[in-house]
Design a protein around this ligand. Structure first.
Ligand code: 3HC
Ligand code: NAI
Length: 727
């Protein structure tokens, strides 16, 4: 039975009960927290849609409720519960960066813990961050099967700042606490019970009932408040110190420029060394330092941007079509990866390939992914069998007659794609969504070639498609709004981060990439080595530099694109030929053992290649360039200026709806460091006037390449930021 308290109804219901049953005056309590008496138990319900974030009203309401419980001798126990689908989603992230309002969350948690009556947290759905900290302030915790617990503050550039760093290790020990806080991962109810984070698991969906039943048991057994701050899991000092040292060493290695992870370790050290109150003071100091850091601002921007990007105008104006089955045309790199993503979402897949042999290869490509998971012990062989039972293949398009959506992932060639769409037009049922995974081709032209352009859309996945989070939803001129809404719904099912893009060469991501890629090439020809450029870009926060990425993706792909575009290239535009010289030698990167770097014996990490340096020297001479030196800082300035300027063009030309869509694209599809928020957010933090000044300076050497975007010029003139366009 569905027994979750719906958000909107809670207040009326609870306030009625309040007056009738207890006579407690709740008028002082803000509407988002209500307390009602159930015999001798005070049920405190937090109702702050959508996720019961702990905004100032909730914090005040909780304080009031605890005071009421303490003051009323008839109350023998307290139960805290959340309305809607979650317990508490954490601190209200929208309050960060604004002046703090009392009471602070640590004080709220301390008051709950100080309550003289046993307090039970009854958890269903999310108990995250400050939400879990409230539960840890409570004396007892009961969880339903839907519970999802975690301390994800690190993902927002923070540390648990309401006692989480002090209470969690005391309750479950330093190793488990550190792992939770440093990974930020969510855990289920069973794991939480195993760790000792919750005391009791209950089946069903009624958190209030579970909490009340537990409270009755506690009253009957005469249980007293049991304070987490007094828990003893840190009593073995030497093993705790060893765990903290190990976490510090591991974090120093892995955190790569992130600010908050080491502060988490410092706070846990404080939990070991200091009395609880002093540990709380240390936590507060470290929390405020994180709160002030630009990384926190970047990560919070990324959090809201990815949620905002998923709300295209069409998701508001149209209802998605139902998607119960998916066809995929092409079983190569992308087709197979997309098939895995769709199968993992629980949908059946029908794959079409050119002939039986190609189909067998396509199927093998899909199976290889699951075999890899079996080898790593991540899934069992039976799970693979169950998944593959939903996979069908055919070399005849007729097999697609009943599917709701088709994703085409054949060769990047307009004639081949149009031939495929002609077949889809012939066999697919009316209303089927027809999508292409093209990287660059004109989707308007594909759509116009068939009788139902309203059903044609771009779904641009990234490689490997079952892993990469980004999905560019490319919206051609004639597409129906409900098809766009369907694409966003599909993205949700596939757990992808969706961004709406317009049709142009390369959409948002590849179009901007082409420009900063060209900037990197120019820096190389002018004097920097590929290894220096890669290192400078890595030091900025990318996992890899552009030449490493090219070696990983395969230099042949870019080479083919350059040849295709040669005829239409502006003859006046600077064209660096070094990549062609390398590709002509068959040095396509990792798969051929060398590209920009050498990969002896299948090495995954390349070593600089003196022969590549010789090729670069020869090309500089041919182009009449006297090489000069670059600082890493100048490399990054040029690389980013090119990216930001083209990002501005993409917004200006309405290829991206807002700057935040560009940010989400680069964070999720191109390795842009999330803690910098995305290129457009980063530009705001640097100052758009400075970016524009850089571009004007670089334009002195190459005015054709470095043309300031009209949008950037306009924003600087008005003293505005990109953020002003995100609203
Ligand atoms: N504060 C403010 N708004 C929040 C929020 C929060 N903590 N968590 C979610 N929201 C908002 C989202 O922005 C979104 O708003 P929108 O509808 O206007 O776009 C809405 O709530 C729904 O969010 P989701 O789309 O993410 O909903 P889901 O149902 O998919 O997921 C969730 C729910 C698992 C709670 C997910 O929202 C989430 O992970 N939230 C963040 C949790 C978190 O990081 N908490 C820690 C905060 S920091 C903290 O607590 C500091 C403390 O230690 C002092
Ligand atoms: P691929 O060469 O690995 O696979 C293409 C597959 O299509 C082959 O298996 C081929 O047999 C099959 N095919 C060709 N013509 C067909 C037809 N008429 N009917 C059925 N099957 C046919 O190519 P890849 O890399 O998978 O690329 C596919 C598409 O995805 C291209 O449009 C590409 O631009 C795009 N893309 C590629 C990315 C990448 O990183 N490889 C990233 C994003 C998009």
């Amino acid at each position: 039975m569905q027994n979750i308290i719906p958000h909107s109804e809670t207040q009326q219901r609870t306030s009625l009960h309040t007056h009738k049953e207890t006579g407690l005056n709740t008028s002082a309590a803000p509407a988002s927290v209500a307390h009602t008496r159930h015999d001798d138990i005070l049920l405190v319900t937090i109702d702050n849609p959508p996720v019961n974030a702990l905004g100032v009203d909730v914090r005040r309401g909780l304080m009031t409720a605890i005071e009421a419980a303490d003051a009323d001798p008839a109350v023998k126990a307290v139960v805290i519960v959340g309305a809607g689908r979650n317990f508490l989603g954490g601190a209200d992230i929208r309050e960060f960066g604004k002046p703090p309002q009392a009471p602070a969350l640590p004080d709220v948690c301390n008051s709950i813990e100080a309550c003289t009556k046993p307090v039970v947290a009854a958890i269903h759905g999310a108990a995250l961050g400050g939400g879990l900290e409230v539960a840890l302030g409570a004396h007892y915790r009961v969880a339903l099967g839907t519970a999802k617990l975690g301390l994800p503050e690190v993902l927002l550039g923070l540390l648990p700042g309401a006692g989480g760093t002090q209470r969690t290790p005391r309750l479950i020990g330093a190793p488990a606490a550190l792992e939770l806080m440093l990974s930020g991962r969510h855990i289920g109810a069973k794991e939480a019970a195993k760790l000792g984070l919750v005391d009791k698991l209950v089946e069903g969906e009624d958190a209030a009932a579970a909490g009340l039943a537990y409270a009755r048991e506690l009253i009957a057994s005469g249980a007293a408040p049991r304070r987490t701050s007094e828990a003893s899991a840190l009593s073995d000092r030497s093993s705790t110190q060893a765990a903290i040292d190990a976490a510090r060493a591991e974090t120093s290695k892995k955190a790569r420029g992130l600010f908050s992870p080491l502060k988490i370790v410092d706070a846990v050290q404080g939990a070991l060394d200091l009395p609880f109150g002093d540990g709380m003071a240390l936590e507060r100091k470290l929390f405020l330092a994180c709160l002030d850091s630009p990384q926190r601002a970047g990560l919070v921007h990324a959090f809201f941007a990815e949620r905002e990007a998923a709300k295209a105008p069409e998701t508001r104006s149209a209802q998605p079509r139902a998607i119960g089955s998916v066809g995929i045309v092409g079983g190569g790199t992308m087709g197979a990866g997309i098939a895995v993503a769709v199968l993992d979402a629980g949908l059946p897949v029908t794959m079409i390939e050119r002939d039986d042999e190609a189909l067998a290869r396509g199927r093998a490509n899909v199976e290889k992914v699951y075999d890899g998971l079996i080898a790593k012990g991540r899934i069992k062989a039976e799970a693979k069998d169950a998944i593959m039972a939903r996979f069908k293949g055919s070399s005849s398009y007729d097999a697609l007659g009943e599917v709701d959506l088709v994703i085409e992932a054949v060769f990047e060639d307009m004639a081949v794609k149009q031939a495929v769409f002609k077949e889809l037009d012939r066999v697919c049922k009316p209303g089927a969504v027809l999508a292409t995974n093209t990287s660059y081709l004109d989707i308007d032209q594909i759509a116009a070639s068939i009788s139902r352009p309203q059903d044609v859309i771009g779904l641009h996945f990234f490689s490997p498609a079952n892993i990469m989070k980004l999905l560019e939803i490319v919206v051609p001129a004639q597409v129906a709004a409900d098809v766009v809404a369907t694409a966003f719904e599909l993205a949700k099912k596939l757990k992808k981060t969706a961004v709406r893009a317009g049709v142009c060469d390369g959409f948002i991501g590849n179009r901007v990439l082409a420009v900063y890629g060209a900037a990197a090439q120019a820096i190389m020809e002018d004097g920097a080595s590929p290894w220096q450029i890669d290192k400078a870009v890595r030091d900025f926060g990318y996992p890899m530099g552009p030449f490493q990425v090219s070696d990983l993706a395969g230099g042949d792909i870019g080479w083919a694109t350059r040849k295709r575009r040669a005829a239409t290239r502006d003859p006046k535009a600077r064209y660096v030929q070094i990549p062609d010289r390398i590709a002509e030698r068959g040095w396509f990167g990792q798969k051929t053992g060398r590209g920009y770097y050498l990969y002896p014996q299948g090495a995954r990490i390349g070593t600089p290649d003196p022969e590549v340096e010789a090729i670069i020297d020869a090309e500089r001479q041919r182009a009449g360039i006297t090489p000069r030196s670059f600082t890493d800082e100048e490399i990054v300035r040029r690389y980013l200026a090119a990216m930001i300027n083209e990002g501005a063009n993409v917004v200006h030309q309405k290829i991206a709806l807002r700057p935040l869509d560009v940010d989400v694209t680069f964070v999720h599809g191109y390795g842009f460091p999330r803690y910098r928020g995305g290129p457009m957010h980063y530009a705001d933090t640097v100052g758009l006037d400075k970016i524009l000044a850089d571009i004007q300076e670089f334009a002195k050497e190459d005015p054709l390449f470095w043309q300031p975007s009209p949008l950037l010029v306009d924003l600087v003139a008005r003293g505005e930021k990109f953020a002003s366009l995100n609203k």
